[in-house]
Design a protein around this ligand. Structure first.
Ligand code: MF3
Ligand code: CO
Length: 249
């Protein structure tokens, strides 16, 4: 069941999403060779609490950290660790909070110092695919229009989209209906209506779309060990088109 949100509720999801965006911006300033993802996790957790928000992922289905940090071949749900970042890495930072009973969720993938041309192309393609998807998040379209736009952009550039993990509705719960896949067919799926709020989150692989889960039960990695990137925004469907809630501009 898809829950429609009132303008007032969208305002609350915007407040949560802005907290997430501020913290991701702060984290971006800390990403450099020698920093550890555990330091990033601790920053995110502390900053959320300072703002009266609760990190949404910690304890969610038993996930043990506030932040997901996915390095290089890791796709999503990587554990923050004491292992230092090094020049040439790419690191995905995925963060969500609950503030005044509403959730916000966003992710970016960042370069650590100078990165390879392939890595830079992958990051650009993934962020562009997210915005292609966001542009389709409007009245009278269907979920499949978002999915198709993401997949089409990614595959045109020679990369692949992950199938096993998808975007989602968001509001009073972190994960609500509908699922928002990053692959699909135009004109399929439920019809989009003002008041729907989605987390759109393409996960894009350099090589095969296939993934596996590490023995820790959480860390998703590419099956071929090649790179993966992830970008996510919380987006409201309004009468005036898509509104990105998890942004500071
Ligand atoms: N942004 C991810 C999602 O929407 C993060 C979930 S991590 C988890 O699914 F730990 F909360 F599961
Ligand atoms: Co999400």
């Amino acid at each position: 069941m898809v829950v429609l949100k009132s303008p007032d509720e969208i305002g609350k999801i915007r407040q949560s999403s802005i907290i997430v965006a501020e913290i991701l911006q702060g984290l971006a300033g800390l990403v450099k060779p020698g920093a550890t993802t555990r330091e990033l996790n601790n920053y995110a957790e502390t900053e959320a609490h300072k703002r009266g928000a609760r990190p949404a992922f910690k304890g969610y289905n038993g996930y043990p950290f506030a932040l997901c940090t996915s390095l290089n071949q890791e796709v999503v749900h990587g554990f923050p660790s004491e292992h230092p970042l090094k020049e040439g890495d790419i690191v995905s930072l995925d963060f969500g909070v609950c503030y005044k009973d509403y959730f916000g969720d966003s992710a970016v993938t960042l370069p650590v110092g100078r990165i390879s041309e392939t890595a830079a192309n992958l990051l650009r393609a993934t962020e562009e695919a997210l915005y292609r998807g966001i542009n389709e998040a409007k009245e009278n379209n269907r979920v499949g229009d978002i999915s198709f736009a993401v997949q089409n952009h990614v595959e045109r550039l020679g990369f692949s989209v992950v199938r096993e993990y998808v975007g989602h509705g968001i509001g009073r719960k972190l994960h609500e209906d509908p699922p928002v896949p990053n692959f699909g067919v135009r004109g399929r799926g439920i019809e989009l209506k003002p008041g729907m709020v989605f987390a759109i989150e393409p996960m894009v692989n350099e090589g095969t779309h296939k993934v596996k889960v590490k023995p820790d039960g959480w860390t998703v990695v590419t099956a071929d060990g090649k790179l993966s990137a992830h970008f996510e925004h919380t987006v409201a469907i309004t009468e005036n088109g898509p509104e990105v809630l998890s942004t500071l501009v």
